[in-house]
Design a protein around this ligand. Structure first.
Ligand SMILES: O=C([C@H](O)CO)[C@H](O)[C@H](O)COP(=O)(O)O
Length: 210
């Protein structure tokens, strides 16, 4: 099980400072959708240059022109690129084909997918690397989380790895770990804490205990 730090509400220099604090305790650093929209793919490039030993995920949340967007993220040295599960099948297949050509990985974000079980089955057959259940900020704000959805996809996914994102905190991490996802994605649960390094270290320890 791996830990991914999600960086969303910061600029590039702030992102570099944050990663410096916790880099010993994370496996993957995510350049979040808001950063990419504001700063562009240079955010991915600069973080990869600053932290070559960490995998970098570009949270493009691609909806169309998937092969092209994956190609551009690969040029910026992203290791993993995200596409939305609600995108057309052709887009998902295009993303997988381009990522395979570039030696990169695809994570499909199930945010806003209504029938999680059926879509996860289909995505698994398309050969995506990760399938991620995700409660975005706007549903977190009305008290939702993705813990049950994780159990649902774990029941049907056979080949892809599973991931979970959305409002995970140190207190809720043990419940997530029980369901054994391959990847746990945490943003505010680390970046919003005073002792970011301490919280990331505790999370890493819990994850390693499995
Ligand atoms: O993907 C995300 C969100 O849609 C904003 O882009 C976040 O990175 C993801 O939700 C993880 O962040 P937290 O919910 O703060 O843990």
């Amino acid at each position: 099980m791996k830990l991914q730090l999600a960086l969303d509400l910061v600029n590039i220099p702030e992102a570099i400072e944050l990663v410096k604090e916790v880099e010993d305790h994370i496996d993957i650093v995510e350049i979040g959708t808001p950063i990419i929209k504001i700063e562009g793919l240079k955010a991915v490039k600069e973080i990869k240059e600053a932290f070559p030993n960490l995998d970098v995920l570009a949270d493009l949340k691609t909806m169309d022109a998937a092969g092209y967007e994956v190609q551009k993220a690969a040029e910026a040295k992203a290791d993993i690129i995200t596409i939305l599960g609600v995108a057309e099948d052709e887009s998902i297949k295009g993303a997988v084909a381009e990522a395979t050509k570039q030696g990169k990985k695809i994570l499909v974000d199930l945010i806003a997918v209504k029938d999680i079980e059926s879509r996860a089955k289909e995505l698994d057959e398309f050969g995506v690397d990760y399938i991620c259940v995700h409660t975005g900020y706007d549903l977190q704000a009305v008290g939702k989380n993705s813990f049950e959805d994780l159990l649902t996809i774990k029941g049907v996914v056979k080949n892809s790895k599973t991931a979970i994102a959305g409002g995970i905190k140190l207190e809720t991490l043990p419940e997530v770990i029980k369901a054994q996802p391959d990847l746990v994605i945490v943003g505010g649960g680390i970046t919003g804490q005073d002792d970011k390094k301490g919280v990331a270290a505790e999370m890493q320890q819990l994850i390693n205990q499995g």
